[in-house]
Design a protein around this ligand. Structure first.
Ligand code: 5GP
Length: 305
C-alpha cells in the first residue's frame, strides 16, 4: 500500500538496537538506529512504541522504536540506578526533561505551507557568501529577497532612501539595537549598519525566502531572535581548487572594481583557516554545509527540499 506520510522528523540522540531490548513486543518489528540518524515518525498511536523509518531509506519498512516517554523513563531509570535516586518519589519531577536527550525535532525548511525559514549564509570573508546571495536573488527575485539594511552613515549622491539603505540617526539606531530590534549589526568606518528583525519578518510573511549573509558573529543573535533561520556554512573547497576557481572568477569579474584583483596566497590561506575556525566555533549550529565550488546547483536542490 501507499507509504504513510511522516508527521514528524526527529534526530536521535542515542543508539538503539531492538535485538538487545528485552521489552520490545516483537524484536523483528524493531528498527535499529544510531545516534545522529534522522527518523520519520509515522505512527505515534502507542504511548511506548512509535513507528518510524529512517530518512534516506524511503523504500525500507517502518519499524518500532521506543517513544520519547519510554526512552526518557529508561534514561531516568538508569540514572536513578547509578545515583541511588528513588524513581517513584516526588523528586522525579525535579528532572529537567530538556536535559534528557532522546529525540530532537528537526526543523523543516518550510515551517508552514507558504512560509520559508530565512536562509542565513555564513562563511569566511572572501569565500563568496555575498556573491552567492546576489546570484540567488538574481535568479528568482520574486522568491528570494534580502532586507534593506539600516545605516547611520549619510546618504550618497545617487542613492535613494529605502533602496540601498534605510538611513537613520545614530541615536535612533543605538536605541533600537539596545531594544533588540536588530538581528545583526556592525560598525564600519564609524557608522552603524544592521538588519532589523521586522524587515526579515515582513519578507517571511510575504511568502518569500529571506536571504541574509551576515558576518559569522551574527550567528548567536540570529539564533536567539526566534527567526528559526536555516543556517548554511559556505565553505571554501580544497586550497588548490579554491585558488584555481577564484583566480579564474576574478579574471572574468566585472561587477566590482574593488574586487577586480586576484587574491594573494596569504588571503587564500586565511579563508581556509577562517572556515575551520567557524566550523570549530559554530559547526553544530549549521543545517547544511555547502562547498562553494559550484554553488547555484547546490542551492536549487536545497530550496526544493
Ligand atoms: P557602504 O557604506 O559602502 O554602503 O558599506 C560599507 C560596509 O558596510 C559594507 O562593506 C559592509 O561591511 C557594511 N554593511 C552594509 N550593510 C550591512 C548590514 O546590513 N549589516 C552589517 N553588519 N554591515 C553592513
Amino acid at each position: 500500500g501507499a507509504q504513510r506520510e511522516s508527521k514528524v522528523r526527529v534526530r536521535a540522540h542515542f543508539d538503539y538496537n531492538p535485538d538487545v531490548d528485552p521489552y520490545i513486543p516483537c524484536k523483528e518489528a524493531g528498527l535499529a538506529f544510531q545516534r545522529g540518524d534522522v527518523l520519520h515518525i509515522v505512527g505515534q498511536d502507542d504511548a511506548y512504541w512509535w513507528q518510524a523509518r529512517k530518512e534516506h531509506e524511503r523504500s525500507a519498512r517502518a519499524g518500532l522504536i521506543p517513544s520519547r516517554a519510554l526512552q526518557e523513563r529508561r534514561i531516568l531509570h538508569d540514572r536513578s540506578q547509578k545515583d541511588g535516586i528513588d524513581l517513584d518519589s516526588k523528586q522525579n519531577d525535579d528532572f529537567d526533561r530538556e536535559q534528557i536527550a532522546t529525540y530532537e525535532e528537526v526543523a523543516k525548511l518550510y515551517p508552514r505551507p507558504g512560509v520559508f525559514r530565512p536562509i542565513v549564509l555564513i562563511g569566511a570573508p572572501g569565500v563568496g557568501r555575498n556573491e552567492l546571495r546576489r546570484r540567488l536573488i538574481a535568479r528568482d527575485p520574486e522568491k528570494f529577497r534580502s532586507p534593506v539594511p539600516y545605516t547611520t552613515r549619510p546618504m550618497r549622491t545617487g542613492e535613494v532612501a529605502g533602496r540601498e539603505y534605510i538611513f537613520v540617526p545614530r541615536e535612533k539606531m543605538d536605541a533600537d539595537i539596545e531594544a533588540g530590534k536588530f538581528v545583526e549589526h556592525g560598525e564600519y568606518k564609524g557608522h552603524l549598519y544592521g538588519t532589523s528583525a521586522e524587515s526579515v519578518k515582513s519578507i517571511v510573511n510575504a511568502g518569500c525566502v529571506c536571504v541574509l549573509s551576515p558576518h559569522y558573529q551574527a550567528i548567536k543573535t540570529l539564533r536567539t531572535a526566534q527567526l528559526k533561520p536555516f543556517l548554511i556554512h559556505v565553505k571554501p573547497p580544497e586550497l588548490d581548487i579554491l585558488k584555481a576557481t577564484r583566480t579564474e572568477a576574478r579574471a572574468k569579474s566585472t561587477f566590482d572594481e574593488a574586487n577586480a584583483r586576484s587574491f594573494t596566497d596569504e588571503e587564500f590561506d586565511d579563508m581556509v583557516k577562517s572556515a575551520e575556525r567557524i566550523d570549530f566555533l559554530y559547526g553544530h549550529f549549521f543545517d547544511v554545509e555547502l562547498v562553494n565550488a559550484e554553488l547555484v546547483n547546490a542551492f536549487e536542490q536545497l530550496v526544493q527540499n
